[in-house]
Design a binder for this molecule. Structure first.
Ligand code: SAM
Ligand code: SF4
Length: 360
């Protein structure tokens, strides 16, 4: 079984922080893009059974109903498992009843919605185009249409944001009564409006306090932290994201998409124009055994459960603790070796990257 990621790079507006592969929505470009997407899928897909399909962006919900139907027509080539998870990313401002119905008819069973914040001052800072009231409205609409598995993206650590502002956002999320949230501390990426406006990161201690507030509030409200920044009610963990963290193989189709197939990690061109023209397509790197193990650790340690020592041995034919000298990290209490897993102590999740550097 395999997983598939589809990148739709079109957005109605461009956010001040975003360094993803995206362009402003343009009807003619979308039509041409979908044609190229179909060619790419037909060229590489080998008829494996697909267990998770993730349509992300950009903003997939910026497509018109006709374009959405065209997209699902292209995706009908996939040989889908009976219990396939199909996730579709939406932005609040372009969710409509007609589009949600089209998603439902096309068997989408998970929505990932970009909310980012409920606070209108920070929505404007992020250049997001929706209001606080619309968030509840659109999520209720999705529920009415029958979506039960809904996630939101929430960002924090904005300039001038207080701990109280963040707590208000988390409480408003809890009031939505949905089952999953992905949280992101703002990164000021080069080539973004925030960077060009010389906006700086907030104080590190406040950032850590914010992370702890997120963890404490959500876990006190029956959310399980199954990955450093992802929280779900039991049974609502994202199957697709776990494929990444378990270092399993997946196809990535579309501009800027990356994939991992037959031991090759590849990344498609981030230029939508080059993608549409079908030129200068992908960069590929064939991984050797050592690199695969490195990925296994860097991705796997993001999971609260950590990396399974048994699975590591089955996959790579060597004991994890013989291959990596983790004595010092274990003695310092940063890594824990327990119940057949090596994992990062929850106290150190907020500095996970500093620990992961050990494997780079
Ligand atoms: C693939 S992106 C975009 C999905 C969708 N278009 C949207 O904007 O909601 C997924 C998420 O990454 C997060 N993100 C993007 N850029 C970020 C940045 N510079 N710092 C922190 N989080 C970021 C946002 O929460 C965003 O929803
Ligand atoms: S954050 Fe999402 S909506 Fe905003 S520009 Fe990036 S991909 Fe588009």
């Amino acid at each position: 079984m395999i997983s598939v990621y589809i990148h739709i790079p079109f957005c109605d507006t461009i956010c001040s922080y975003c360094d993803f592969c995206k362009v402003l929505y343009n009807q003619a470009w979308v039509d041409e893009y979908l044609e190229q997407l179909s060619l790419e899928i037909n060229k590489y897909y080998k008829n494996e059974i697909v267990k998770t399909l993730y349509i992300g962006g950009g903003t997939p919900s910026s497509l018109s109903v006709d374009q959405l139907n065209k997209l699902f027509d292209i995706l009908s080539i996939f040989n889908k498992s009976e219990d396939i998870e199909i996730t579709f990313e939406c932005n609040i401002e372009n969710i409509t009843k007609e589009k949600l119905n089209a998603l439902k008819i096309n068997k989408v069973n998970r929505l990932s919605i970009g909310v980012q914040t409920f606070n209108e001052k920070f929505l404007s800072f992020l250049n997001r185009n929706h209001t606080k009231n619309e968030i509840k409205e659109k999520i209720n609409l999705a529920k009415e249409i029958g979506f039960k598995n809904i996630s939101i993206d929430l960002m924090y650590a904005f300039k001038d944001q207080t701990l109280e502002d963040l707590k208000e956002d988390i409480n408003l999320f809890i009031d939505l009564d949905i089952n999953h949230i992905s949280t992101y501390s703002l990164i000021i990426e080069p080539n973004t409006k925030l960077y060009l406006n010389n906006i700086k990161n907030i104080d590190e201690d406040l950032d850590d306090d914010m992370y702890q507030a997120i963890v404490n509030t959500l876990t006190n409200n029956n959310f399980i932290k199954y990955e450093t920044s992802n929280f779900a009610k039991e049974g609502f963990e994202s199957k697709h994201n776990q494929v990444y963290w378990n270092n399993e193989e997946y196809y990535g189709f579309g501009a800027g998409a990356s994939g991992y197939i037959d031991s090759v990690r590849y990344e498609n061109t981030r230029s939508v124009i080059k993608y549409i023209k079908g030129t200068d397509f992908r960069n590929e790197i064939k991984l050797d055994q050592a690199e695969k193990m490195r990925y296994e650790m860097i991705l796997g340690l993001r999971k609260t459960k950590g990396v399974s020592k048994e699975l590591f041995k089955i996959k790579y034919g060597i004991d994890l603790l013989d291959y990596y000298d983790l004595k010092q990290l274990i003695e310092e209490g940063k890594l824990i070796d327990v119940d057949g897993y090596v994992k990062i102590d929850e106290k150190y999740h907020y500095v996970a990257n500093e620990i992961l550097i050990k494997f780079v």
